[in-house]
Write a protein that binds this ligand. Sequence first.
Ligand code: B16
Ligand code: MG
Length: 225
Amino acid sequence: MIQYPKAFIFDLDGVITDTAEYHYLAWKKLAESLGIMIDREFNEQLKGVSRIESLERILSLKPELLDMPVEEKEKLATKKNEHYKELINQVTPEDILPGIQKLLDDIKSHNIKIALGSASKNAEFVINRLGLKNYFDYIVDAAKIKKGKPDPETFTIAADYFGFEYRECIGVEDSAAGIEAINKAQMFSVGVGDRDHLSDADYLLSDTDDLNFDLIIEKYISNHK
Ligand code: B16
Ligand code: MG
């Protein structure tokens, strides 16, 4: 008999929908207002990383800014988030990335639990805008996470909620920090993106459209042997 995993834990931004692009646009605009230029390559290291940590990484490109008072940093992070919130206000179910809805349906039809493990405090808002709330048995509250990705906490907290062993869970991610977090949790990691950034994934696909339930299960099972 096939030993199915007990849960899938999904990242949000860049996996379920392309809000990773909105994060990038909002950070780019904020960075430019500070005289800092960032590009998509630099943005790879912001993916999956918390709001304040992302700001620190941007400010480190102009080290004299790193010393600004904490309140100033919080104001800048809030400014980025206000812009980001304007962008995600336009999100609709049409913004669900290809292959995701089918994968969620296939997981549900096998009675496997589904959790959301996003670093974003806006995650529940986005999931509601996408009309996907009912698929999720548990949504990790990013505000309660003590150590963000690449620490495994975002993923282990979801498995702990269900009472499942970590090795019985699959994590799906588009960020290097997220794949590291899943691997550290001893879960099976599925990466969506390019090999340059996600080479540590147990199973790597270039596109969400390639996410196929049966193939993921096959890889997961052979990984357990
Ligand atoms: P917020 P994920 C992450 O979401 C994003 O990848 C990252 O770019 C963002 O800084 C972080 O959420 C925090 O988001 O500012 O909305 O709280 O990829 O883990 O779903
Ligand atoms: Mg992501």
